[in-house]
Design a protein around this ligand. Sequence first.
Ligand code: TMP
Length: 215
Amino acid sequence: MNSLGMRPRGKFIVFEGIDGSGKSTQIKMIAKRIQDLNLKVYPTFEPTAGPIGSLIRQMLSGKIKTDQRTLASLFAADRMDHLVNEVDGIQKKVDGGELVICDRYYFSSYAYHAQYMDMEWVIHANSLNAEILRPDLTVFIDVEPEKCFERIKNNRSDFEMYEKIDIMKNVRINYLKAFEHFKNLEKIAVIDGNNSMEQVADALFHEVMKTINPG
Ligand code: TMP
């Protein structure tokens, strides 16, 4: 509690990366490391496990046919629900003092959907989300697309919509374009993800701790 008897605002940290970048594994590792410091973390992800996220998953797997514009719009709607729903909305958690770590947020939309439509459209479609909550930090785990694609091939036999090498290369380029576009507005850290898992974990931990404990 602060001197006014109010709980200080928490933090919202987002992890981004192309498919196969090792982001989800790194989030698990970092959440454990933060919990070991006796700090509470709420890890979450997009697309969510809610009704809109489940529909998106069926589209990504090819079970339900869709159009890229519909999919991009659904991601923006899933994100709004993720932010404001009354049960476990991120906004309330952060306002209530929690540290929320999210696997993907609006930079994923900018990077993936700008392959099919103007990035400005995607930014506009997500503008209400951005008004509600901008991350305190977005970390991008930057791994060579070829390396990511190898990892995916070695782990699975069926692929989702965007798990193709050309798409993964485009998505990486779009991420870098979006980071350049927002460099004065957003706090972004690009981490070289081509190093060993432990080296990447240390670099990520360092960035995240700077945001949790500034100064
Ligand atoms: P995941 O592999 O991290 O679970 O994400 C599922 C896929 O959804 C991945 O290929 C990235 C894609 N995606 C978008 O296309 N737009 C978005 O806004 C988000 C959050 C994910």
